[in-house]
Design a protein around this ligand. Structure first.
Ligand SMILES: [Fe+2]
Ligand SMILES: [Fe+2]
Length: 274
């Protein structure tokens, strides 16, 4: 089964004319059909797609992992390049999200209203349930929280009834490719906790073949969470992990030392057959 990923937006840029920004966008190609997973925060993903010779008009659809600007801000640019396509996200992704420390807060949610996204796309499917977006490829929908070492994250808030509360990220979901050798899992930031995500996928797929995307281990994650996550990866992941975006340099270094060539640091322009 042919599965290819191309990193169109990441915090780091590869060689040639690729651009970087704080954000994530990955093109998934399965048996010749392509689906865009997140869009970065600007037109960087579109620029990098063009530098890779990728025609975004061939997309079957676009999925958004969660409601942060660095994953959904690039939607208008992506839809302008791709033409109107079906768009998929969790309804809570449209909530008001903030980065806040002390008295200071910054809006970091999706900077567009649903009506605007509907007018640019072929329609927005908002679902808390799993949704099949390509044959054998589905969005997870809600991720149950089962671990005790993954939880609310430092500085990330949601506005609920006029008050900032720690964001529980009900909107965070992953994209899963079903293959005979196990699941290929694409995360956004894994705000649900990477282990929660993988445990959920293992319930339906039995095995994990590869993990691609952000892990959110680099931004204030506690040591206990990092250790437990890496131990879990060692247990369940025989194949590759391509870690991007919010994984963090120090943790990436640690993962590279421990997992050697099974771990690849994502960067824009990286393409890989899985
Ligand atoms: Fe992010
Ligand atoms: Fe995020």
């Amino acid at each position: 089964m042919e599965i290819k990923i191309s990193v169109l937006c990441d915090n780091y840029a590869g060689l040639r004319l690729f651009r970087a920004e704080h954000g994530l966008s990955v093109l998934l190609e399965v048996e010749g059909k392509s689906f865009l997973w997140d869009c970065g925060q600007s037109d960087v993903a579109v620029h990098n797609a063009s530098a890779l010779g990728i025609d975004l008009r061939r997309l079957e659809g676009i999925g958004i992992s969660h409601g942060h600007y660095d994953h959904a801000g690039g939607l208008p640019a992506a839809l302008a390049a791709a033409g109107r396509k079906p768009l998929f996200m969790h309804p809570e992704a449209l909530g008001e999200k903030y980065l806040a420390f002390g008295e200071n807060s910054l809006f970091i949610g999706i900077p567009y209203r649903l009506e605007a996204l509907e007018s640019l796309s072929l329609g927005v499917e908002l679902s808390v349930e799993p949704v099949e977006v390509l044959p054998g490829v589905r969005l997870t929908g809600d991720i149950p929280r089962v671990t005790d070492f993954e939880g609310l994250e430092v500085g990330l808030f949601a506005l609920k009834e006029g008050e900032l509360v720690p964001d529980p990220f009900p909107d965070d979901q992953s994209l899963v490719v079903d293959t005979p050798d196990g699941a290929v899992v694409l995360t956004g930031c894994a705000h649900s906790g990477l282990v929660n995500v993988l445990k959920h996928v293992l319930e339906s797929h039995g095995r994990i073949r590869a993990v691609v995307g952000g892990t959110h281990l680099g931004l204030g994650a506690r040591r206990e969470r990092i250790d437990a996550t890496l131990d879990f990866l060692e247990e369940v992941l025989p194949g590759k992990m391509i870690l991007c975006h919010c994984t963090g340099q120090a943790v990436m270094q640690e993962i590279s030392t421990r997992f050697k060539d099974r771990a690849v640091q994502g960067q824009t322009g990286l393409t890989m057959n899985l």
